[in-house]
Design a protein. Structure first.
Length: 108
């Protein structure tokens, strides 16, 4: 599930020096700072584009073929629910048709 920058997150044991409750945008900024600190300031700011909406320009050659495809790469924060959200099906589970009686009589 994609999260927006203003979505709130709670972690009982947070990483990246956030509080226990924080916005996604705050976590993204803390990750950027962490990467910059870990590289001792040698992290070129242009490489932060990997963490931006625009991403970093690239070309990808897929195994399925189709040649090189231009696009962008970016790191993304994704939420994976412990229990999948139950979506309501548009197709009824028990369908009733006027032909059901005929089918049962014909044993089809």
């Amino acid at each position: 599930m994609d999260l927006n920058n203003d979505d709130a997150v709670f972690m009982s044991d947070p990483d990246f020096q956030t509080g226990t409750t924080f916005k996604v945008s705050e976590l993204k900024e803390k990750v950027r700072s962490f990467v910059n600190q870990e590289t001792k300031g040698n992290y070129i700011s242009s490489k932060l584009r990997w963490f931006s909406e625009g991403g970093a320009k690239c070309e990808v050659l897929r195994l399925e073929g189709g040649g090189w495809q231009k696009g962008r790469l970016r790191f993304r924060l994704e939420f994976i629910p412990d229990e999948p959200v139950q979506s309501q099906s548009l197709v009824p589970t028990a369908s009733s048709s006027p032909l059901d009686d005929l089918r049962s009589n014909l044993e089809v």
